[in-house]
Design a protein around this ligand. Structure first.
Ligand code: URP
Ligand code: ZN
Ligand code: ZN
Length: 459
């Protein structure tokens, strides 16, 4: 059963080299002749056949909080493949004083020859000046046309409203997409300092000092700046119902505002941050995990398309030695949760639980990210001419998520013990079988850099 963003149909899929060559109804003469002459036939009877997942928000090897995210491009893309993701879009990180193009070169050096699956880059802009603004256009020529800015993390990635306005003006001229980490970092830093001074140092304070209102306020401000400048806007890792309300209101006026959420906000909550001892550190990410009440709004937003994409924000830090940097001071815990391997499975729980249709699962996990980030129709669809990035998914298999069985290079699972219905059976990346029946057949360096076109949703 081939699942697309518009529905499901029983089809045989013929691949030739790296591409999908044709589709045919099973049992027809043409399908029988393919089966007779094919080098290999993969049975997908009783299974779903999906376009490979596209995770548009990952941080392999990201420098953060004095350390680096624990997955390299090699280990992280391999783990992604295990979970049915065949494309990632990672972030090159501009350091203060560095140029965008030299930053991009650095990230190419990290990823080149390392990836198991195809990959692209967004650019994190942390130093807005005349040269940076000019270089944004050069980045577009280099296939990087989405620029993440931060209203959080003063002194690190933070950009002022004036800097954001200037970058948005630049983006408005070219059709580049500004991606926003929308939290009011100036106010949050005051709350954090007050908590630490009062001796409130446990991981749960991370959540309590970053209230949903300060995500909603920043989201509204980013939307206002985008409206003034005519820039499209993509809100990353949206976690709070109030922030979603702001996105919904903007979209209802026809503004080019888009948003993603992440599995951790759909399944985990501030109760995880409040786990006893220092265990809550495993769940420290920004924006923080919210009270459970927010989850219903996020699922609804996915159904109404006010949330268009689900990405992981995969940013793994080991508990030992990395998360532990924040023992005694939650503000020193490196921010990030691992998850690149589990996105397709976790969203499938939304299907089995009645939150999402099968078509919507594929749409938010593959087809829309492909369109949003200029990869469609090479990626995100099963149709002749598309890359043969294909997942055979067993909807009835059962698995338990655990650090003992996952492939991410991190010493804990945020979903430890969670029972899942459904599992990846086979994964093809550009026609090559890289996962099959519990075995990895991929090759380091098979993954290619993807030069992306502009966002395909801009009106
Ligand atoms: O906590 C997070 N989200 N870490 C990764 C960096 C970011 O802000 O996306
Ligand atoms: Zn962020
Ligand atoms: Zn991120």
């Amino acid at each position: 059963m081939v699942i697309s963003a518009s529905g499901a149909a029983p089809l045989d899929v013929l691949t030739d080299g790296e591409r999908i060559a044709a589709l045919a109804a099973p049992g027809t003469e043409v399908a029988a002749s393919w089966a007779a002459s094919a080098d290999r036939v993969i049975s997908a009877a009783g299974k779903y056949v999906l376009p490979g997942g596209i995770d548009a928000h990952t941080h392999m090897e990201m420098p953060f909080g004095g350390t680096f995210a624990a997955d390299t491009f090699e280990t992280g893309t391999r783990a992604a493949a295990w979970g049915g993701t065949t494309t990632i879009i990672d972030f090159a990180v501009q350091a203060k004083g560095a140029s965008l193009l030299s930053t991009l070169d650095n990230w190419h050096r990290k990823a080149d020859g390392q990836c198991a699956i195809d990959y692209g880059f967004h650019m994190i802009v942390s130093d807005v000046n005349d040269a940076t603004l000019k270089e944004m256009d050069a980045c577009i020529g280099a296939g990087v046309n989405s620029f993440k800015m931060f209203m959080a993390y003063p002194g690190v990635f933070y950009a002022t409203d004036g800097e954001i306005l200037r970058a948005m003006q630049q983006a408005a001229q070219t059709g580049a997409l500004v991606m926003m980490h929308a939290e009011n970092g100036i106010a949050i830093d005051q709350l954090v300092a007050q908590a630490v001074a009062a001796g409130k140092t446990d991981p749960v304070q991370h959540g309590l000092t970053r209230p949903p209102e300060l995500e909603a306020e920043a989201t509204s401000r980013a939307i206002a700046l985008a409206r003034v400048t005519g820039s499209p806007l993509y809100i990353v890792h949206l976690s709070a119902a109030q922030a979603l309300d702001a996105v919904t209101a903007a979209r209802d006026t026809g503004q080019n505002v888009f948003a993603e959420t992440c599995p951790q906000y759909l399944y985990l909550s501030i109760e995880d941050l409040a786990r006893p001892g220092f265990d809550g550190a495993k769940f420290v990410a920004s924006p923080p995990l919210r009270p459970r009440e927010h989850q219903g709004s996020l699922w609804r937003g996915l159904r109404t398309n006010d949330l268009s994409v689900v990405s992981t924000d995969h940013c793994p830090f080991c508990f030992a030695e990395q998360k532990e940097l924040g023992r005694g001071d939650f503000s020193k815990i490196p921010n990030g949760i691992p998850g690149v391997e589990h996105r397709m499975d976790l969203l499938h729980q939304g299907v089995t639980g009645g939150e999402l249709s099968l078509a919507r699962w594929v749409e938010v996990a593959s087809t829309t990210p492909a369109r949003m980030f200029g990869l469609y129709p090479g990626k995100g669809t099963i149709q002749p001419g598309a890359d043969a990035d294909i997942v055979v998914y067993d909807p009835a298999a059962r698995q338990v998520l655990s650090v003992a069985t996952h492939h991410m290079n991190v010493d804990y699972s945020a979903y430890e013990g969670m029972e899942i219905t459904g599992r990846v059976q086979t994964v093809l990346s550009r026609g090559r079988v890289i996962i099959d029946a519990g075995q990895y057949h991929g090759v380091t360096g098979h993954g290619r850099f993807l030069q992306r076109e502009l966002c395909q949703y801009l009106s």
